[in-house]
Design a protein around this ligand. Structure first.
Ligand SMILES: Nc1ncnc2c1ncn2[C@@H]1O[C@H](COP(=O)(O)OP(=O)(O)O)[C@@H](O)[C@H]1O
Ligand SMILES: [Mg+2]
Length: 131
């Protein structure tokens, strides 16, 4: 499903964050990437989530060559297939809690009422698991 072949990432002028990384993840597989601070985990996650581009190497996502996709195609693929839980949350301060949860559903063009319903359902499902 996700395939990285000989991926390198150099932050200019010459910091080699990733060197020749190859990795293959199948559908349904659960993977943890471990390594000491500064070993390139975030760089790798950014590349897997199309937030950054590798300097060299080849990546396929759902059998598509990532390099051949436009920014819009990547944004749509990210919207439909990728979820992020950021270390620093990345919440938008101008939106309240449910609007933050519902934002991707707006890009996915769900009607407002449905977005709100889903967001509240997600938060109550989570709250009842915590109780
Ligand atoms: N935007 C950047 N510009 C320059 N160097 C960076 C940038 N992001 C990360 N680095 C460097 O790349 C290396 C790998 O960082 P990172 O991927 O954040 O590692 P980890 O997430 O495993 O701690 C580190 O040496 C870090 O300082
Ligand atoms: Mg990191």
């Amino acid at each position: 499903m996700i395939k990285l072949e000989n991926i390198s990432k150099i932050y200019p002028p010459k910091l080699h964050a990733l060197e020749d990384a190859s990795l293959s993840i199948s559908q349904g597989e659960f993977i943890a990437i471990m390594g000491k601070s500064g070993s390139g985990k975030s760089t790798l996650m950014n590349i897997i989530g199309f937030l950054d581009k590798p300097t060299t190497g080849h990546m396929t996502f759902l059998s598509q060559d990532v390099k051949a996709l436009t920014q819009t195609e990547l944004a749509n693929l990210r919207l439909r297939e990728i979820g992020f839980v950021f270390q620093n949350f990345n919440l938008l301060p101008r939106l309240n809690a449910w609007r933050n949860v519902a934002l991707p559903m707006a890009y996915a063009k769900l009607p407002r009422q449905k977005r709100k319903e889903n967001a509240f359902q997600l938060s109550t499902a989570r709250a009842s698991r915590l109780n």
